[in-house]
Design a protein around this ligand. Sequence first.
Ligand code: FES
Length: 173
Amino acid sequence: MSNQAASPAATYTLSAATRARFDKETAKYPAEQRQSAVMACLSIVQQEEGWVSGAAETAIAEYLGMAPIAVREVTTFYNMYNQRPVGKFKLNVCTNLPCQLRDGQRALEHVLQKLGIEDGGTTPDGLFTVAKCECLGACADAPVALVNDRQMVSYMSNERLDALLDTLKAAAK
Ligand code: FES
């Protein structure tokens, strides 16, 4: 997955390969309900670009035959869509109540302090973006974090968080 920090894109062109991926998603729905694939299309763009720009939203809207504002509503409703460039590794640390009761806030603050950034910030080297998030559906494993929207990490003590950061840094080399 390419989750590289990128400069804000003023334009977005739907490549043949991306269009083919979109086609695969819309094929799952009746033709008159192709707009149901909007979340899948947004996820594909994010996988490929690292974030979803306004230009990409417009391209998705044109592809699905819906108003750009309707795509925007989806992008802004779900916090898994990046509305600006993020670091190579995006860490979301859950701070909802069950995780809070088991040190979710401590886990978030530990990572932020270790990386020297604020909540929602990106390290100067473009490697990490860290932000708190809502419940990830793994409360029993609290405190939990999610790496690049895909990999759940559980029972995040300070030691485990340090090890995770070290592993990701090594993976980036
Ligand atoms: S509250 Fe953190 S995973 Fe549910």
